[in-house]
Design a protein around this ligand. Structure first.
Ligand SMILES: C[S@@+](CC[C@H](N)C(=O)[O-])C[C@H]1O[C@@H](n2cnc3c(N)ncnc32)[C@H](O)[C@@H]1O
Length: 322
């Protein structure tokens, strides 16, 4: 009996988060980190190729053009930790520039085992780079990297793309302050931030006509079906991208097309939806360029250098822990 009682109550973290997020009385929510299972990570890679989604190409252009300057500004020898590396494709520019100057340990930190495997395959051929991946949450992984630091070595943390924008304000500052506390003075953080741009461009980036971003969003419900045994009918939901002008963020939602219930036995729960109600699945804040240095200062960094892409407003900022 005791074993049975413990088993019944022992939800996975995912099931527990699904239950609490879908029980919220006003706006239902699911944490965006659950978008990235094997299918989600693969769909994100496809999103990064879409003509409407300029973030990855802007980030890549800046890293390609400025990798040598970025590396020249670091205190060597340096170890590299990347928070949420994804496939790591763009990181090649930094690692190749570093590999010419020193043997480098590179630590991608990923919640998605599929993304981590892609990253290890993608970057495994670079001379003088050894890769040790951590399938962990950001800060847990970074603590492990810091514990491996030898005397005299510094750390470069990469937080690329627009992932910092997934935090709301002021959680972005609190998160970077936690990163800072794991680091030592003089360590570096290379931070990507997507900048505010005209609304039609922003909406198209998160609601492409091919429907890849819609599939990425809906896959979260399919994942709950696969992993928590739910019976979501995906055709009863539609993807929505909206701009929240109060927060300056794009929000992704899943809107119920009809009033209905969904059984989620793995979370011992039935979720009720009314027609038109939404599940909020992701935010992506669009920064003003002057916000980035302020964010850095509040979190315990100084902005050492910044590069802005002219084709797709996007900033790459080199922050130094002070
Ligand atoms: C928006 S994608 C960006 C990927 C890559 N950095 C880029 O710029 O293309 C965010 C990545 O962070 C990972 N991720 C999300 N939440 C995470 C968490 N809490 N801890 C570790 N990785 C996380 C996801 O699996 C995903 O690969």
């Amino acid at each position: 009996m005791l074993t049975q009682a413990i088993t019944t109550g022992a939800f996975t973290d995912f099931a527990a988060d699904v239950r609490s997020g879908l029980s919220l009385p006003d706006q239902k929510e699911l944490p965006s980190k659950y978008l990235y299972d094997a299918i989600g990570s693969s769909l994100f890679e496809t999103i990064s190729l879409l003509p409407e989604y300029g973030v990855t190409r802007a980030d890549e252009r800046l890293l390609r053009r400025h990798a040598h300057e970025i590396v020249r500004r670091l205190s060597l020898p340096v170890n590299v930790a990347e928070l949420g590396s994804g496939s790591g494709k763009k990181t090649r520019w930094i690692l190749e520039a570093l590999g010419r100057r020193q043997a480098t340990s590179y630590y991608p930190i990923e919640i998605s085992s599929a993304a981590l495997a892609m990253c290890e395959r993608e970057l495994g051929d670079i001379d003088s780079i050894s890769i040790v991946g951590f399938e962990r949450e950001y800060l847990d992984g970074l603590l492990e990297v810091a514990a491996r630091r030898e005397p005299g070595e510094s750390i470069l943390v990469l937080f690329l793309g627009s992932t910092i924008g997934n935090f709301d304000r002021p959680s972005d500052t609190h998160f970077l302050a936690k990163v800072r506390r794991i680091l030592d003075e003089g360590d570096a953080l290379l931070l990507g931030t997507d900048l505010l741009k005209p609304l039609p461009q922003l909406i198209a980036a998160y609601d492409d006509p091919l429907g890849v971003t819609a599939a990425f969003n809906l896959n979260l419900l399919a994942r709950i079906n696969r992993e928590v045994g739910a019976d979501f009918d995906l055709r009863r939901f539609e993807h929505q991208a909206r701009f929240n002008s109060e927060t300056g963020s794009i929000e992704m939602h899943l809107r119920a097309r009809a009033t209905h219930d969904v059984n989620i036995p793995g979370a011992d729960f039935v979720a009720s939806f009314t027609e038109g109600e939404t599940i909020w699945t992701e935010s992506s804040h669009k920064y003003l360029v002057e916000e980035v240095a302020l964010l850095a200062n509040h979190a315990g960094f100084k902005c050492e250098a910044q590069w802005i892409d002219s084709e797709w407003p996007f900033a790459e900022s080199l922050l130094i822990a002070n």
